[in-house]
Design a protein around this ligand. Structure first.
Ligand code: V47
Ligand code: SF4
Length: 373
């Protein structure tokens, strides 16, 4: 840490506007919105990387984790209209698919044999599937493989299934938990600012509903993740507002495990005219997220979206988690321009981590360490 301190202070003149921010980061104090904004707008990438490294070492040391997981995407039939989505289809539209509980059972059996510890389920918001259907999915998984951690259903899917079945979020989440749901993934958060939300996902669960569902899950003892979709029409103030709403809820509940910035990918959607963010911008965003979100322990680079090279670079900008092996089980990002047939072997992930000067460890969904390398 001493070396990093010397490097950072050595870069700054005595009248640098960053001095007070650097002092705060070393003292473990929280940054306010205008400090976050100054970092986003003015700080050199090298300074951001070093400051993010200070925070990551305090929270996670040199450790970078991954897990053995697979995705199950039950359907891409969706009644919502998110303009950034390359994946949704209406009923009977070309390319629409629906997988039933038998297919789910088969997938669980296949990946059980490959030693996974987590199933990640998310998909379109199906207009006819209510709570009972999703409960039956979770029960079927548990019948096939009782130890498998079920991380399933974004707050957007949960809002819709509770509405279809006429139950409160609390009742719906309690029923899912009893069926065996272990935690909730971070999807559907997008950008909380209501004006931006109107333009990018007008009919999706509101920001307030998203936060309420996560708070309720936390109060029931379930950990959850949080995402932020960036690189569309939002500005830095919107990103900071988004992170601040998460930071405030985390102060109350402590229930968020991981923050996952999701880079907008533009293939095959209504925002294809928007240039994608540059790698430099992606790294700045990881670093500011690490520095600003002082109370969420983990920062994940979801490699199927940004590619393995940028994911590896992100390990020097505050990231301490690479998600999982995936095993070619998700289409959401490949349809939007991400990695095609995403798959990573354990050895590949370990090499990525070690070549970046960090220490690889396999975790379970709740960040218990299963093996160090
Ligand atoms: O909410 C959709 C995003 C999310 C695009 O919790 C897009 O561990 C970029 O939440 N470009 C769903 N992003 C996926 C998700 C997730 C992924 C990995 C790990 C976890 C976790 C959660 O995907 C959606 C939306 O924000 N998304 N389309 C697109 N074109
Ligand atoms: Fe539906 Fe999700 Fe696509 Fe929005 S992002 S249209 S909720 S599948």
């Amino acid at each position: 840490m001493q070396e990093i301190k010397e490097l950072i202070y050595g870069q700054l003149s005595s009248d640098s506007p960053f001095l007070s921010i650097v002092d705060k980061v070393f003292a473990g104090e929280r940054l306010n919105r205008s400090e976050g904004l100054l970092l986003y707008k003015e700080a050199e990438l090298s300074l951001l990387g070093l400051l993010a490294e200070v925070v990551r070492r305090r929270v996670n040391g040199l450790q970078v984790t991954f897990n053995h997981n697979f995705h199950f995407e039950p359907t891409n039939i969706c009644m919502k209209s998110c303009a950034f989505c390359s994946y949704k289809r209406r009923y009977n539209e070309d390319g629409a698919w629906e997988e039933g509980i038998d297919e789910l059972r088969q997938a669980v059996r296949k990946y059980k044999a490959r030693g996974v510890t987590e199933i990640h389920i998310t998909g379109g918001v199906h207009p006819q599937r209510g709570l009972e259907y999703y409960k039956a999915m979770v029960e079927a998984i548990k019948e096939e493989f009782s130890e498998l951690h079920v991380k399933a259903f974004s707050a957007v899917e949960i809002e819709a299934m509770c509405k279809i079945s006429g139950v409160s979020f609390l009742e719906g989440l309690q029923a899912l938990k009893e069926a065996g749901l272990g935690s909730i993934p971070g999807g559907g958060a997008e950008i909380f600012d209501e004006e931006v939300r109107k333009q990018i996902c007008p009919d999706k669960a509101t920001s307030q509903q998203w936060l309420e569902i996560h708070q309720t899950a936390h109060e029931l003892g379930m950990m959850t993740n949080a995402t932020m979709l960036y690189g569309l029409i939002e500005n830095y103030e919107h990103r900071l507002d988004h992170m601040e709403r998460l930071r405030t809820l985390q102060d109350k509940t402590g229930g968020f495990n991981t923050f996952i910035p999701l880079k907008f990918r533009r293939a095959n959607n209504a925002f294809s005219h928007i240039e994608e963010s540059t790698t430099t911008e992606d790294l700045r965003n990881y670093a500011v997220s690490r520095i600003y979100l002082d109370n969420i322990p983990h920062l994940k680079a979801y490699w199927p979206m940004i590619g393995k090279e940028v994911a590896q670079l992100s390990l020097s900008y505050g990231v301490d988690d690479l998600d999982g092996t995936i095993d070619d089980s998700t289409k959401i990002y490949s349809m939007a321009g991400g990695v095609q047939n995403p798959n990573a072997t354990t050895q590949e992930l370990i090499t990525m981590i070690e070549d970046a000067g960090k220490e690889a460890a396999e975790r379970d969904t709740l960040y218990n360490i299963l093996k160090r390398y």
